[in-house]
Design a protein. Sequence first.
Length: 264
Amino acid sequence: MKQSNFYILFFLMLCAEVFTSCLSNDDETQWSKFNGVYVTVSGDKLHGYELYTDFGAILVPTTESLNQMPWLKEVQRAIISFNLVEDSESITQLEAGKTYDIILNSTDGMNQQIPTFTVKIDTLSEEYQRNGQDSIALRNKKIHSIEKSPGTFYVKNGYMNIIPTFDYDPYRPVFFLLYYNGEKDVDIIDNKLSLNLYFNNSIQSPSSSISSFISLEMPMELYYKFQDKGLNDNDSIDVYLNAETVTGSEQIHSKMALKDFMIP
């Protein structure tokens, strides 16, 4: 299993950008026509790169502008700012299902990697039963809360997106992952899926807390379970996320299309 580790120093920078700058109308943040767009990065050096927005449009950056942001080729999720190429400058609204050629603006301060965690554990799996028994129960810590406002919890392009509030230490890594019981948490009869949030900040006595937008990779094996039942990509599934907080267990809900499990 692979896990991405992100330090809270980055969380601080990201949160400042996401929750203030990205929605601001100040002149300083209007260097690009499109700012603060959430994307999933797909592609490679041989075939080129495409950026899949969370609202369904596909962005194809020019080679020159992408080369000015080489870090973007190495991440899975990001926030970007850009302009359309000269032939499309008159477009003011991007549409789902359409592809646009863009010029990334590397000078904007709003280009950031989104903290992305890729570990998904079926607690019934042979690997977990052999090597990971009790690790979740013993090490899972409580977050403070999880954002429940409309639109803040959703699944798109293979990633679950949430905004938790949690304790941190600027010099220690934070770990998030998804875990589930491969039988009781997957209801292919009523098209329901229940996942659980794991959190560990690797510290005993944290001094501060923070909120951050993060992305967690969805378990691909669950896509095939629903597909084998006969669901089409556009069929809906009710997804529930359970989180342990300082005030007790909390649950948030989102309805997604089966295709939203898929990473482009």
